[in-house]
Ligand binder design. Sequence first.
Ligand code: ATP
Length: 357
Amino acid sequence: MKVRLEKVSKFFGKTAAVKEVSLEVAEGELFFLLGPSGCGKTTLLRLLAGFYKPDAGQIYFGNQPMNAVAPEHRNCGMVFQNYALWPHMTVEGNVAYGLEVRKVKQEEKQARVREALEIVKMSEYAQRPINQLSGGQQQRVALARAIVIRPALLLLDEPLSNLDARLRLSMRNEIRRIHSQTGITTFYVTHDQSEALSMADHIAILNHGEVEQAGKPAELYCKPNSPFTADFMGEINWIDAVVEEPGDGRRVAVRSGQFLWRVASPAPWARGTKVRIGFRPEAVSFANAPAENSFTATILESFYLGAQQETLLKAPFLPNQPIRALEINPGKNSAEGKNRTVSIDAEQILIFENSSG
Ligand code: ATP
């Protein structure tokens, strides 16, 4: 089922928890609501579930307006952060509960519980009480309980936040697998950008209740349309600069100290505009061949991590602001104090007007 939100707002007193949010989610998508604490993710999920009514705007499931539809008639499956399972009931009892409420006949109920437990790989634990399961197993039961009702929409609120780091990684794959096996349109709330990047079909980044940007993971990471999105999606080096040459439709030249950066920009910039340019640590290349945006930098610190190496560099034109670089598959440990030639591809540099400067 496709879902559409049209200028949806929700206020708590004077606070706009969700502000004029418009989104379209295609049938069968795994759609992420991503953003920092307090940006309105959970409120949006509760609006979809029907626990809150929008103060303005409309939510559509397919072509049906939903604002006046009660939660129990929305056919949404939900997984909460704390799973909200009955601790003393068995796995089977927890999963069957939603079907009992819906008065599904005994035979069909058993078949559907069996199927849901198979999908989440928990069949062998059917008779175990919940309080004898690990966190990851409880997570699977919560998912089974949500999908057993064959919801039109699955709503997941930070479903992995209570698991340890390793389990979180493996459950990412599990949730993706379960999602593609069931094909249920799913909203997934998280503040973890790596979870969103690795799992989502599409992501909406929320900032103070508004959609800052929506798109595919790689679009948000590589082509953020604001510094907020750029920062939120991953590490970035920001440098204040001033436009020196307005650009030829391909490159604009901006100055920071003694250095003239060439930055890819199809749009022209007025000479003298204060800007911030940004590039991700992995955009710093250690190739020796002369390239655009090439300079010699001194290694301040280097952290060898096996598969990759993180290096803090001092550029002569930026003495007080280290540049963070990330080398994938590093050859050997780099010595501190050594000079290295680095370059940054103009296409990988972002440019934004510096409103604070
Ligand atoms: P977190 O990641 O911390 O759970 P969130 O992005 O889910 O945050 P929400 O819980 O949706 O954010 O909250 C959005 C804003 O609305 C916050 O400013 C919050 O304080 C406020 N808010 C949420 N629920 C209520 C409520 N029931 N009454 C008053 N204010 C609320």
